[in-house]
Design a protein around this ligand. Structure first.
Ligand code: ZN
Ligand code: ZN
Ligand code: ZN
Ligand code: ZN
Length: 297
């Protein structure tokens, strides 16, 4: 790069593969920054390995004529060439060739930034193109879903929490980790929202069945990630005066599942089945003790 020329980073917006008029470049200079950036539109196909159609990421290889492919396909070509003792073939050149690293394309790939797919849910990050998948698998703005029937809401966890309160009138039970929380719920009360000290959301789902209530706990978040939690739920047979009789059920879930609630609330790996007779005969309520522990990393 010539001295004195500002390094230009390129933000790329993908347009549909196969769209006419590809390579149309709409450049908008954004001044005032030490490093200027431009926005371009580019045919996404040029960023794919032409053999496996995965996104190209360094290291990238090229044949003698400059046909580019990814490192996985390069390795496969090498293995096949070795096994058949035919040398390494390029299907575009239609002949044997040698391959070398394509640093020019690698630099280009490292310079392309694209917006996160969760932009509408509040993620403002531009990510290096070939790191997009990884970012989105961890992006904290990825949406979670409302589990209520006929509700299509999805949003980042903070928006979902707000939605539960404003649209469905749920009032979350705030709790401290490593301490027991006592709650009473009607036998047909489906969802109970719990919010921990770190604002993590937990959903206790109560499914009424013919033989009792199935209770399960999930952590509502878009990805399985740290921190992890364990959970104990117990239900006792409560008689007049609030005293527990001998019948007691106890569930220990050593690792609470995470769920974005896509597809609704499902029974987790572990659930507690509370027989009908354990509900308070006069109020029809279940009295539960719930303890959620935050596990050390
Ligand atoms: Zn490939
Ligand atoms: Zn070639
Ligand atoms: Zn993101
Ligand atoms: Zn909803």
């Amino acid at each position: 790069m010539a001295e004195g020329v500002a390094c230009k980073r390129i933000k790329v917006e993908e347009i549909g593969a196969g769209q006419e008029g590809t390579a149309a470049v709409t450049a908008a200079a954004e001044g005032g920054m030490p490093e200027s950036e431009i926005s371009v539109k580019i045919d996404a196909e040029v960023l794919l390995c032409r053999i496996c159609l995965d996104s190209l990421k360094p290291p990238v290889f090229k044949c003698e004529a400059g046909h580019v492919l990814c490192s996985v396909c390069m390795e496969k070509l090498r293995e096949v060439g070795c096994a058949l003792r035919l040398g390494i073939f390029c299907d575009l050149c239609c002949k044997n060739t040698s391959y070398s690293r394509c640093v020019e394309v690698e630099q280009f790939l490292d310079a392309i930034k694209v917006p996160c797919s969760n932009e509408t849910y509040g993620c403002n990050e531009f990510i290096i193109y070939h790191q997009k998948e990884k970012h989105e698998s961890e992006c904290t703005h990825a949406p979670c879903y409302c589990p209520e029937n006929d509700c299509a809401f999805k949003g980042a966890t903070c928006c979902l929490l707000d939605h539960f309160g404003t649209v469905h009138g749920w009032s979350p039970a705030n709790f401290s980790y490593n301490k027991s929380l006592k709650i009473s719920i009607a036998r047909d009360h489906r969802f109970t929202l719990l919010v921990g000290e770190d604002q993590s959301m937990f959903l206790l789902t109560n499914t009424l069945t013919d033989i009792g209530n199935a209770l399960t706990m999930v952590c509502v978040r878009p990805h399985e990630s740290e921190p992890n939690y364990s959970c104990n739920i117990s239900a006792a047979h409560v008689v007049a005066g609030g005293k527990a009789e001998g019948r007691l059920l106890f569930l220990k879930d050593p690792l609470v599942s995470s769920s974005s609630l896509l597809g609704g609330a499902q029974l987790g790996r572990f659930f507690l089945l509370v027989p009908l007779e354990l509900a308070d005969s006069s109020s029809g309520e279940l009295t539960l003790h719930i303890r959620i522990d935050r596990l050390a990393p």
